[in-house]
Design a protein around this ligand. Structure first.
Ligand SMILES: Nc1ncnc2c1ncn2[C@@H]1O[C@H](COP(=O)(O)OP(=O)(O)OP(=O)(O)O)[C@@H](O)[C@H]1O
Ligand SMILES: [Mg+2]
Length: 447
């Protein structure tokens, strides 16, 4: 086996005993050799094989009950497989479903020590890292309260803070992050991003197509305990969505098609697939790139509709090229008349950093009156001078209310887009300011 492998799952199966009546379990235990059995076997996983290379980020998707958590538990060693084997190379830190890992009677502080010890840290190593853990969890005085008094969000904050601060070689996350609030999720994503760039291997379960496409190199689709597809996140997520939205009567057919697709050998790579409508500069629309963190404020008589990015030829795109020009556009439907109307936008990073914004007019110079029932379309032209990566765009429409201006409608993270890698890019950081470098050498060689 190559030393580059972090995880190898080989022919793993898991069968659970299912008892029709609770007392059947007792009968089975009392009379194991009675010549009959009081249970039937339910196969939660069947013959699962895949490998994870060191440094890869793998997303596991699948419908409820497809076996995702069971698989993660087997990989983490908290559940034994009924068939097959798992090999793990390196320190593995896991955030499994709520309830796993912490002792509810102990305080947060005691659990940090307990948990980090289980993950292989010495007491002095934990002492050293405790402040960083507490700062990341940011749960204040609850650190000294018993964990049973925590909200599920606080629980996840602490569990995640421990998991990432033990500097794991492999981080396994089962859905748990969805429990945290938006700010915490962003903080976690940024941290996962950093662990990833430091070379950690990450395996996570998510129902969020956007997150899998954004974070993963590769994805795996489980269904009814079977590995139905693996490949690029875009490929796998689109199959997953087909399965998710298939009418019940067609599910078997869709499953068969996905399986056949996988068998014919799907390209495995880092980048998503293109869908139709590629623009002349090579930018395109990826339907899997959907913002999962859109936050809509209550509307005050106006409604933002269909925010999206267009290439100059009018094609809708969300995978952009550095250096190309685009429009960010949306419509506003006014349910009530409004005065002094201005439209705004903001681009942000995945960690919420505001990179660049704009408005259709300065304050006080907006459209005098928009009648009720009318629509306004706004187009913000921009040059994409952003580093490769994933970004979000906000949209907001303002109107005058007496003397003061207020948002009539506002969407945070209204859309998500990606900027493609550019091998010729010399600029570093998020934004390219056109920095030019000139280097001269002193021919005398002295200082
Ligand atoms: N201890 C158990 N005993 C019996 N059946 C179990 C047990 N644990 C899991 N199962 C069954 O195994 C199947 C897979 O469960 P699992 O929790 O792995 O699914 P999942 O993909 O994580 O689902 P979700 O998306 O809802 O989290 C389900 O049908 C579940 O009912
Ligand atoms: Mg689960």
């Amino acid at each position: 086996m190559s030393s580059e492998l972090a995880i190898r799952v080989d022919g793993v199966g898991k069968a659970f005993a299912i008892y029709e009546k609770p007392y059947h379990r007792l009968l089975q235990q009392l009379f194991p050799n009675a010549g009959r059995s009081w249970h039937r076997e339910f196969h939660a996983l069947r013959d699962i094989s895949f490998e994870v290379r060191r440094g890869e980020t793998i997303g596991i998707v699948g419908r409820n009950g497809s076996g995702k958590s069971t698989l993660l538990q087997i990989i983490c060693g908290t559940l034994t497989p009924s068939a097959g084997s798992v090999q793990v190379h390196g320190r593995i830190a896991a955030l499994l479903e709520l309830g796993a890992g912490f002792n509810p009677e102990f305080s947060g502080r005691e659990n940090v020590y307990l948990n980090a010890t289980v993950l292989g840290l010495t007491r002095s190593e934990i002492d050293e890292r405790f402040d960083a853990i507490a700062a990341f969890a940011d749960i204040g005085e609850f650190m000294d309260q018993p964990v049973k008094s925590y909200s599920s969000g606080m629980y996840v904050r602490l569990a995640f803070a421990v998991a990432i601060n033990v500097t794991p070689d492999i981080l396994v996350v089962d859905e748990a992050l969805a429990v945290g609030d938006e700010a915490f999720q962003r903080k976690c994503h940024a941290r996962i991003e950093r662990l990833r760039s430091d070379g950690a291997t990450i395996l996570f379960v998510s129902h969020s197509a956007g997150m899998v496409v954004e974070l993963c190199n590769r994805a795996v689709l489980l269904d009814r305990g079977e590995l139905l597809a693996q490949g690029t996140p875009r490929h796998v997520v689109s199959r997953y969505q087909k399965l998710l939205y298939a009418p019940a009567a067609r599910v078997d057919e869709v499953r068969a098609r996905i399986r056949a697709d996988t068998d014919s050998g799907v390209a495995v790579g880092t980048f998503g697939e293109r869908s139709d409508g590629e623009a002349s500069d090579g930018s395109y629309f990826d339907p899997g790139l959907v913002s999962q963190s859109t936050l809509s404020y209550p509307s005050l008589g106006a409604c933002i509709e269909d925010p999206h990015i267009q290439a100059p030829g009018g094609q809708r795109v969300n995978v952009l090229r550095t250096g190309s020009d685009y429009f960010y556009t949306y419509r506003v439907h006014f349910e009530q008349a409004a005065v002094g109307v201005r439209c705004g936008m903001m681009f942000r990073t995945t960690t919420g950093l505001e990179l660049a914004g704009g408005a259709s007019a300065v304050a006080g110079e907006g459209i005098d009156v928009v009648e009720a029932g009318n629509r306004v379309e706004v187009r913000f032209g921009f040059r994409c001078l952003l580093a490769p990566g994933v970004y979000f765009a906000n949209a907001g429409v303002l109107g005058l209310h007496g003397e003061s201006e207020q948002y009539l409608d506002r969407r945070i993270d209204a859309i998500m887009f990606r900027v493609l890698p550019d091998p010729d890019r010399l600029a570093t950081g998020f934004v390219d300011l056109g920095i030019s470098a000139s280097v001269s050498a002193d021919s005398r060689g002295g200082v």
